[in-house]
Ligand binder design. Structure first.
Ligand SMILES: Nc1nc2c(c(=O)[nH]1)N[C@H]1C(S)=C(S)[C@@H](COP(=O)(O)OP(=O)(O)OC[C@H]3O[C@@H](n4cnc5c(=O)[nH]c(N)nc54)[C@H](O)[C@@H]3O)O[C@H]1N2
Ligand SMILES: Nc1nc2c(c(=O)[nH]1)N[C@H]1C(S)=C(S)[C@@H](COP(=O)(O)OP(=O)(O)OC[C@H]3O[C@@H](n4cnc5c(=O)[nH]c(N)nc54)[C@H](O)[C@@H]3O)O[C@H]1N2
Ligand code: SF4
Ligand SMILES: [Mo]
Length: 736
């Protein structure tokens, strides 16, 4: 038995791992360990990776294409029938109502982003224009603000920072930075470095912190205003940096000079002295690395907080030097600053190409001529993961056609007209585009570990068949490429370029053309699209690719890089950057965003909500814990403790309700009600309760835990970009 390289698929870090196969027919991941050769994770893996076999051996696997009968049950059908019926139904929607009424959702989860690349072919064949995915319920506020200020999105260098700041983020469990626990411990242990955590809960990360700002839930805007107020009022700004790189300082300075630090600290529920000392640590640090996440991005004032957080970074000059923030070279630039477009029915802003998740139901449940009539969902579970599940189910049920491509019979798949079964991420070549490292950026094409069982296909194959059946790819397109492929990769590349340049239809089908004509070994077949992506990268960022050791003409560089991706199964460094380039990439920084400065003014005049007698608690619906991974793992047995995903509540609230750990309570929100199991935890503050994310999914007859979005509302959302406020759901608790 030998160890085979692959990656953990349970969070965006995608740590490199090695696995030993065994068990029945050698199809189980029986032993797993961190892969020391992976350039980023370097042997690191958390406890979750060791239980990945619960994904591979799941019993609710879909093993044949399914078609829904009139009575709601499903019948297995063969692939030819499935592809021709799905193509015909979607083509009919296109021809009757226009391709823009076919909505695409998903494209990949935490580690499988090749499906989205192949889906471009199907979408183009259908004329589908609108799409979305999970980023449009978490990151679009930050993306919008960051692009307006910097023209780019940034990440931070926690490994080398002096001060690390986490705002509404618990990286001990949620990771999102490489080797998170090692880095956190290192910062925590080093007396010359400071770890600051802003979180209402004393999280595992907060336990390690030098300064824990235990903010009142939902009060981060006041806290950030107070921190910025101190920086301006005590003149802790990096004026040299701002003079050289930023414009619009005056109005920002004026607004922040007027902030009452005492009042804002009080509104945030914090001691003014502690806030002042945190601000001074940040203002005087050699370098600051900072990360905002769902605790603020899914909370009241989310976009304003993103703006204030970005000001904190920029006003202190923490951009473009080691230990601070950078703009990475992405292999696939899937985050963009594009704005200005609106969704066809609700008129909601489309940011980075994504329709806000919270308006999707509204876009379907309307009599507008351009309402979405059909939906293709791939590797996502919106019936479970988007706000207000009952409303989302109603919307999905109102569609003319719903097609779901997934490995499992998910909550969304159960509502589909057709379910197309996908090979698992270990049964096909797969890759993640969450490549955010710097100065060296890394990409890993994971070869498949085994063939899929009879039935499921890779998404590449599914989209290739759909595009062909829809007439978007013909034998005449493929023949010249197949011939060129036999003469070697250079001849192939030239043939591809001339084919694609000569016809826009072909350029939109390039993923399928590559997949059908580039001859790759079975275990790497789905990697074909990377040839096109490597070429594009070289066109856009040749110097970065050259520094990673790929040289020659652009075509030669792309060929070498592609070959390296095929050969180096533990990951390839594909780009090497210099810190000095970051500020060139950013250009002139815009500090002044008038709409958000006006929002700041409104916020400063307002006060925390008065307690609501009907809903006296704030529920954070969807906390990351030790054994949660969105809905990637549906078998409840994978959680070796806390199977039902308890509601965390502080001792004084529990005592008042007369309950202890293990007791049941009824939890009610404006939207729904659920029975919860209590975990009394002194990490919570009074009035704040939390439920984990990813539970309440069905597995056979089991359905442990609470599905958080049975309790959330669509209209509790950010006024600028529409992101939901899942971490701040007014709630009531009663004894049963
Ligand atoms: N184990 C595990 N890891 C994961 C995932 C998973 O499902 N499980 N999912 C991955 C994904 S998709 C994402 S997006 C990330 C998310 O990663 P995180 O954002 O870190 O995850 P959460 O636990 O949802 O929220 C973070 C923190 O917000 C805090 N919070 C709640 N209310 C407030 C508030 O009012 N103010 C502030 N400042 N904080 C508040 C909570 O107490 C919590 O500690 O995690 C990724 N990693
Ligand atoms: N209330 C509340 N709601 C939340 C959150 C919260 O904190 N609170 N968090 C939100 C966040 S940040 C996120 S990112 C979303 C995540 O929610 P979604 O974007 O819906 O994604 P996942 O739950 O990760 O579901 C991934 C799907 O991919 C399927 N899958 C796995 N492997 C493959 C494969 O190889 N091919 C195909 N085709 N499918 C595959 C899985 O079976 C699963 O159905 O949830 C969001 N929802
Ligand atoms: S869950 Fe995330 S941090 Fe843990 S091993 Fe998997 S990819 Fe790495
Ligand atoms: Mo997420």
């Amino acid at each position: 038995m030998s160890w085979k390289p692959t990656a953990c698929i349970l969070c965006e870090c995608n740590c490199g791992i090695e696995v030993e196969l065994g068990g029945e027919a050698g199809r189980h991941l029986v032993r797993l360990r961190g892969d020391r050769r992976h350039p980023v994770s370097r042997g690191y893996a958390c406890e979750k990776a060791h239980r990945l076999d619960y994904y591979q051996r799941a019993r609710d696997r879909v093993t044949s294409p399914l078609r829904r009968r009139a009575d709601g049950t499903f019948e297995p059908i063969d692939w030819d029938t499935a592809i021709s019926e799905v193509a015909a139904r979607l083509a009919k929607v296109r021809d009757t109502h226009g391709g823009e009424t076919i909505f695409y959702y998903g494209g990949g989860g935490q580690a499988n982003h090749l499906p989205g690349a192949y889906a471009t072919a199907t979408r183009a064949a259908l004329g589908s224009r609108y799409r979305s995915n999970a980023l449009a319920q978490e990151k679009t506020g930050e993306i919008w603000v960051s692009h307006r200020m910097l023209g780019a999105a940034t990440r931070a260098d926690f490994e080398h920072c002096e001060v690390a700041l986490f705002v509404g983020k618990n990286p001990w469990h949620s990771h999102s930075i490489p080797r998170a626990r090692l880095t956190l411990r290192e910062i925590s242990r080093d007396p010359s470095r400071t770890l600051i955590v802003i979180d209402p809960r004393r999280t595992e990360t907060a336990e390690l912190a030098d300064i824990h700002l235990q903010v009142r839930p939902g009060a981060d805007a006041w806290l950030l205003a107070a921190l910025l107020g101190v920086l301006v009022q005590e003149d802790l700004l990096d004026r040299a940096f701002l003079g050289a790189h930023a414009v619009g300082l005056e109005p920002v300075q004026k607004a922040l000079a007027a902030v009452s630090v005492a009042e804002c600290s009080a509104k945030a529920g914090l001691d003014e002295g502690l806030v002042r000392s945190a601000a001074r640590v940040i203002g005087k640090a050699r370098s600051l690395a900072s990360f905002e996440d769902l605790g603020v991005q899914m909370n009241k004032g989310s976009t304003l907080v993103s703006y204030l957080h970005r000001l904190l970074i920029v006003l202190t000059g923490n951009l473009g030097k080691p230990g601070s923030h950078y703009v990475p070279t992405p292999l696939v630039p899937f985050i963009s600053g594009s704005t200005g477009k609106q969704s066809p029915v609700a008129g909601a802003p489309i940011i980075s190409g994504l329709v806000p998740c919270n308006v999707i139901a509204e876009e379907i449940l309307s009599d507008h001529a351009k309402r979405y009539r059909a939906m293709l969902v791939e590797s996502a579970n919106p019936a479970h993961s988007l706000a207000d599940s009952p409303r989302m189910r109603e919307a999905l049920a109102a569609l003319d056609t719903l097609v779901v491509i997934d490995v499992a019979m998910t909550e969304t798949a159960k509502l589909a007209h057709y379910v197309l079964p996908a090979a698992t991420q270990f049964e096909k070549a797969e890759a993640s585009f969450f490549n955010f490292e710097f100065p060296e950026n890394c990409f890993q094409l994971r070869p498949r570990l085994m063939a899929p069982p009879p039935g499921p296909l890779s998404e590449a194959e599914i989209h290739a068949r759909l595009a062909t059946t829809l007439g978007a790819v013909t034998e005449a397109d493929l023949a010249p490429l197949r011939a060129a492929a036999r003469q070697g990769r250079s001849a192939y590349a030239e043939a591809l370029m001339s084919q694609v340049m000569s016809d826009p239809r072909r350029s939109s089908q390039v993923a399928v053309l590559l997949y059908r004509t580039l001859e790759l070994p079975d275990e790497l077949k789905e990697g074909a699209v990377l040839f096109g992506l490597a070429l594009r990268l070289v066109m856009q960022r040749a110097p970065s690719v050259a520094r990673a050791g790929f040289t020659g003409t652009p075509l030669q560089m792309a060929e070498q890089l592609f070959q390296a991706m095929l050969e180096r199964h533990s990951g390839v460094v594909f780009a090497v950057d210099a810190w000095s380039e970051v500020l060139e990439r950013v250009g002139q920084i815009q500090l002044e965003l008038p709409d958000l400065l006006a929002e700041l003014e409104r916020c400063l005049r307002s006060a925390p909500d008065a307690p609501d007698a009907d809903f006296p608690f704030v529920l954070s619906a969807g906390e990351r814990r030790s054994f949660t991974a969105n809905t990637l793992l549906r078998d409840p047995a994978w959680r070796n403790k806390d199977a039902a995903g308890a509601l965390r509540i502080c001792p004084s609230d529990a005592a008042r309700l007369g309950v202890g750990s293990g007791a049941a309570l009824r939890l009610t929100t404006k939207r729904g009600t659920a029975l919860v199991t209590v975990e009394v935890s002194d990490t919570m503050q009074p009035g704040h309760v939390s439920l984990p994310n990813g539970l309440g999914t069905s597995y056979g007859d089991e359905r442990p835990g609470v599905a958080p979005n049975e309790l959330t509302s669509l209209d509790e959302r950010d006024p600028f970009v529409g992101t939901p406020w899942h971490k701040h759901v007014p709630a009531r608790l009663e004894r049963v």
